[in-house]
Design a protein around this ligand. Structure first.
Ligand SMILES: [Zn+2]
Length: 223
């Protein structure tokens, strides 16, 4: 979520299928050369039709509390098998923790993130990481990312507490470990950095240097 610019796109979530782009792009990049064995191993699972077992109430992050988002705010997928995950997108709620939970339970909201992190450091998961959450306002970025909301307002630096930074950094570090995502600002980005977005979160008070340092430290711990 986050503050909106005056005009621009809504969360349309309509673009060219990423599956076609990935497979086509990888094959094109390899040219006439034979694909290396590990590249093939990474491609075979992009074939559609893979269905993973799901347990009601299961979470992907230890310690997270499960509250289901309305299924109007995400779509089922089998990531990382149908779409690779190579990005974490940071959001700020522009409201309270409870109002964000409520919004994501509302089928009319048409958007939700996988996680919400509170100012007290609590983590609620509302969409499984294998599914595609509508949070970036860009279909390609939705399909390849995990979205994390942070409780607060972009113009209130005091909202970004130590507990929030630390809990979020642990969460992001675990996501990066799970999907082998590099811990850098190319792969851990703000909503504002998504092409075509009209949102400005997490805003100028989000301390990226501090956050990335915390993620790197936590990532080393999970290695
Ligand atoms: Zn946002």
């Amino acid at each position: 979520m986050g503050a909106r610019r005056a005009s621009g796109n809504k969360d349309g979530d309509r673009r060219i299928g990423r599956r076609a782009l990935i497979v086509g792009g990888a094959a094109a990049a390899a040219g006439t050369a034979v694909l290396a064995r590990d590249e093939l191993a990474r491609l075979w699972w992009r074939v559609p039709g893979v269905e993973k077992p799901r347990e009601p109430g299961a979470v992907d992050h230890a310690g997270a509390r499960w509250v289901a988002a309305s299924d109007a705010n995400w779509r089922g997928a089998d990531r990382p098998d149908d779409f690779g995950i190579d990005m974490v997108i940071v959001h700020v709620t522009q409201g309270s923790f409870d109002s964000a939970v409520k919004a994501f339970q509302d089928p009319g909201h048409k958007a939700a993130t996988h996680y919400i992190v509170g100012q007290d450091g609590r983590v609620t998961q509302m969409i499984r990481e294998l599914d595609v959450a509508y949070h970036a306002g860009n279909r390609d970025y939705n399909e390849r990312s995990v979205g994390i909301e942070h409780e607060g307002f972009v113009d209130r630096p005091q909202d970004f507490t130590d507990e929030m930074y630390e809990a979020s950094a642990r969460l992001t570090a675990r996501i990066c470990a799970r999907y082998d995502i590099p811990v850098d600002r190319e792969h851990i980005i703000g909503h504002v950095e998504v092409p075509g977005t009209d949102h400005t979160d997490p805003g100028p008070h989000w301390d990226w240097d501090r956050y990335m340092q915390l993620v790197r430290r936590a990532r080393t711990g999970t290695a």
